[in-house]
Design a protein around this ligand. Structure first.
Ligand code: C5P
Length: 237
């Protein structure tokens, strides 16, 4: 599949059109950004690790019945995906309180949430991705009630699959962000699933194995991502 034009240059990925109007190529770069792009660094191997990791997770989700845009890995840093029409919405599920939830609600970091909680955010860097609710989505026509129901169902289904997958490998899935889009009238999971967009803690020590290592300047960022991949049995060159 040949790359054509640059379609989207995101903070960590570049998306290209291809010869097939229904397919795109996602290129995972080494750029790592936090705080709405205020902190950016190049981390060796990160693009390759995230590309492999994402492919592994997307395949697990597909096997469990979650429709995803993932088609195939093309090379170390690129994958072929369906060209979705994305909703401007981020879906977050939290099993353990951390990050913005702790800052917003003043709850204890590390508090287990039973049942897990769910939040919608608007994808808008200028507004710092504000939290929104179902009514906002309907009133501003960012999605339909059917989209809302499907996003919640699928995001929780992902939780069932991945919480177990990570726990079996000695890790706690603290929280994660998903994005969805339409393809030929059906809702699919788009974007990526990698340690850039979730929180993962070692189940015994609670050591952080995700992008919080970068946000908080803890070091060993890619080493932690590689450890997560290794524990899951993701093959890395
Ligand atoms: O910052 P916050 O605690 O709301 O993030 C919740 C989860 O969503 C974290 O795992 C974070 O990495 C992810 N996230 C993301 N992209 C964003 C916002 C949050 O991947 N723009």
């Amino acid at each position: 599949m040949n790359k054509r034009d640059e379609l989207i240059v995101g903070k960590a990925k570049t998306v290209y059109t291809t010869d097939d109007p229904d397919k795109m190529i996602m290129h995972f770069r080494n750029d790592t950004s936090a705080f709405d792009g205020e902190k950016i660094e190049q981390l060796d191997r990160k693009g390759m690790v995230n590309n492999r990791f994402n492919a592994f997770i997307m395949q697990k989700l597909e096997e469990a019945g979650v429709p995803t845009h993932f088609e195939s890995i093309l090379n170390d840093q690129e994958s072929l995906v369906k060209r979705l029409k994305m909703l401007p919405i981020e879906c977050v599920v939290r099993n353990i309180a951390s990050g913005s939830l702790v800052r917003r609600l003043g709850v204890e970091d590390g508090l287990e949430l039973n049942p897990p909680t769910f939040e919608f955010f608007l994808k808008n860097d200028d507004l710092h991705d504000p939290m929104i609710n179902d009514y906002h989505i309907i009133s501003f026509k960012w999605g339909t009630q059917e989209d809302i129901d499907a996003m919640k169902d699928l995001t929780f289904k992902v939780n069932d699959v991945l919480k177990k997958l990570f726990l079996d490998a000695g890790m706690l899935l603290v929280d994660y962000k998903l994005e969805f889009g339409h393809f030929k009238g059906k809702l699919y999971l788009g974007d990526e699933f990698s340690p850039d967009g979730c929180r993962l803690w070692d189940a015994e020590t609670r050591k952080k194995l995700d992008k919080d290592r970068f946000r908080q300047g803890l070091g060993g960022v890619v080493e932690a991502y590689e450890e997560v991949a290794h524990r899951l049995g993701v093959e890395l060159p």
